[in-house]
Write a protein that binds this ligand. Structure first.
Ligand code: AMP
Ligand code: ZN
Length: 111
C-alpha cells in the first residue's frame, strides 16, 4: 500500500525518531505547530481512530505519548490530538496522535 507513514515506519522515508517500541514509532512533525510537536504512529496500518480495534495497541500509543512528552521535558503540560476523518481535519490516512507542547496552547473547546 502506498502510505506515507507506512513508508516512514519501514524506514523508506526519513524521519527524526525520538522513541520507538514494538508497537509504535514517535517522530518529529515536519511542520511543527509548537516548540515540541511529535507524532505517535502505530507500526500497523490503521486508517484512523475509526479502525482502532485493539485496546492493547491503544494503550501502547498512550504510553508512548506519555513517555515522549516526559522525555521532551514537557513538565508544564502538553496536548494529545487525533484528527479523525474529513470533519476531523485528518490529512494523512494512517492513524497518528499529535503530541504538542512547549508553549501555552490556545483553548480548542468553548468553556
Ligand atoms: P493530520 O492533519 O492530523 O493528518 O496530520 C498530519 C501531520 O503529518 C501534519 O502535522 C504534517 O505536518 C505531518 N507530516 C506530513 N508529512 C510528514 C513527514 N514526512 N514527516 C513528518 N511529519 C509529516
Ligand atoms: Zn500506513
Amino acid at each position: 500500500m502506498d502510505c506515507l507513514f507506512c513508508s516512514i515506519v519501514a524506514g523508506d522515508l526519513p524521519s527524526e525518531r525520538v522513541l520507538e517500541d514494538d508497537h509504535v514509532i514517535v517522530f518529529r512533525d515536519i511542520q511543527p505547530q509548537a516548540p515540541t510537536h511529535l507524532l505517535v504512529v502505530p507500526r500497523r496500518h490503521l486508517a484512523s481512530m475509526d479502525e482502532l480495534d485493539d485496546p492493547a495497541l491503544g494503550g501502547a500509543i498512550l504510553a508512548a505519548a506519555r513517555r515522549a512528552a516526559r522525555d521532551a521535558g514537557l513538565t508544564d503540560g502538553w496536548r494529545l490530538i487525533a484528527n479523525t476523518g474529513t470533519d476531523g481535519g485528518q490529512e494523512v490516512p494512517h492513524l497518528h496522535f499529535h503530541v504538542l507542547g512547549g508553549r501555552r496552547l490556545g483553548r480548542m473547546l468553548p468553556g
